[in-house]
Design a protein around this ligand. Structure first.
Ligand code: FES
Length: 277
């Protein structure tokens, strides 16, 4: 298996910079001595201070984030403030401490049979596609969907992106899967799709790609408590039985899934409802 293995234990890193991109914050940190991650792998993140003790003691679990970029020992993570954990991470500033475990999981595999990669991202799910586009030497077409103009500022993190917004404020007025359908109608036999985003988007990508007989790799999301296979909070059903997304994914071949919209809806639901975001 082509996976970069995380060293044992949690490492202390230092935030080196933060950038704002509309609704998103990019946190950069120096992970000296940590291995270089592959595109699609993820880290479990915890702020070194003021983690826990809020309403209901939240946040108390670390949060899983795909790596956005990795360059010369500096990691980047794309974060949207949607809950107590992400809010605390968005508050980090240079010289603050960040505790991390990673890189974890399996990343993207190269396109099969010389196919051209097409990247499809929704919202904060664009993160693993940015580092994958870097690894592909910027050759991949990117189709990105966002809620509105403020969120669409995240599109600047990828090259040559075609954008769709729900409210029509930027790019195509509609769903990013409508852009994908045009792409597949034009050249289905030549492409492989890589997608990350909300479950309904992933299910639409899976269905479209299946209809067009196009291979697709999906980077899936799930509430994760441990990140390394111990808690079984991230299991999802596949054609080969249940798998743990943190060790068997988070990238899965869509052909293994009957329905991507149901991912993350089984075991771990209570955990996700309590301390996920
Ligand atoms: Fe614990 Fe996957 S997050 S087993």
């Amino acid at each position: 298996m082509n996976r970069v293995i995380a060293p044992f234990g949690r490492r202390a890193a230092t935030v080196s910079a933060r950038d704002e991109h509309g609704s998103y914050t990019v946190i950069r940190c120096h992970d000296r001595g940590g291995p270089t991650p592959r595109a699609g792998q993820f880290y479990m993140l915890t702020a070194a201070e003021r983690w826990g003790g809020g309403a209901g003691e939240r946040p108390f679990l670390p949060r899983a984030f795909s790596v956005l970029r990795a360059d010369a020992g500096e990691l980047q993570f794309l974060i949207e403030d949607v809950g107590p954990g992400t809010r605390r991470l968005c508050e980090l500033h240079p010289d603050d401490g960040l505790l991390l475990v990673g890189p974890l999981g399996n990343g993207f595999a190269p396109p099969r049979g010389g196919r051209a990669p097409v990247l499809v991202g929704g919202g904060v799910g664009i993160a693993p596609l940015a580092i994958w586009q870097d690894e592909l030497a910027g050759e991949a077409t990117a189709l990105l969907g966002f809620r509105d103009e403020r969120h669409a500022a995240g599109a600047g993190l990828l090259k040559r992106a075609s954008v769709a917004t729900d409210d029509g404020s930027v790019g195509h007025h509609g769903l990013v899967t409508e852009l994908l359908e045009d792409e597949l109608d034009a050249r289905a036999e030549d492409v492989e799709v890589y997608a990350c985003g909300p479950p309904p988007m992933l299910e639409a990508v899976r269905e479209l790609s299946s209809d067009h007989k196009v291979p697709v790799q999906l980077a899936l999301e799930s509430g994760m408590a441990c990140g390394f296979g111990a808690c079984f909070g991230c299991v999802v059903p596949t054609s080969d039985g249940y798998v743990r997304l943190c060790v068997d994914g988070p990238v899965l071949d869509a052909a293994e899934l009957a329905d991507a919209s149901s991912v993350g809806s089984l075991a771990g639901a209570e955990l996700r409802g309590v301390d996920r975001n």
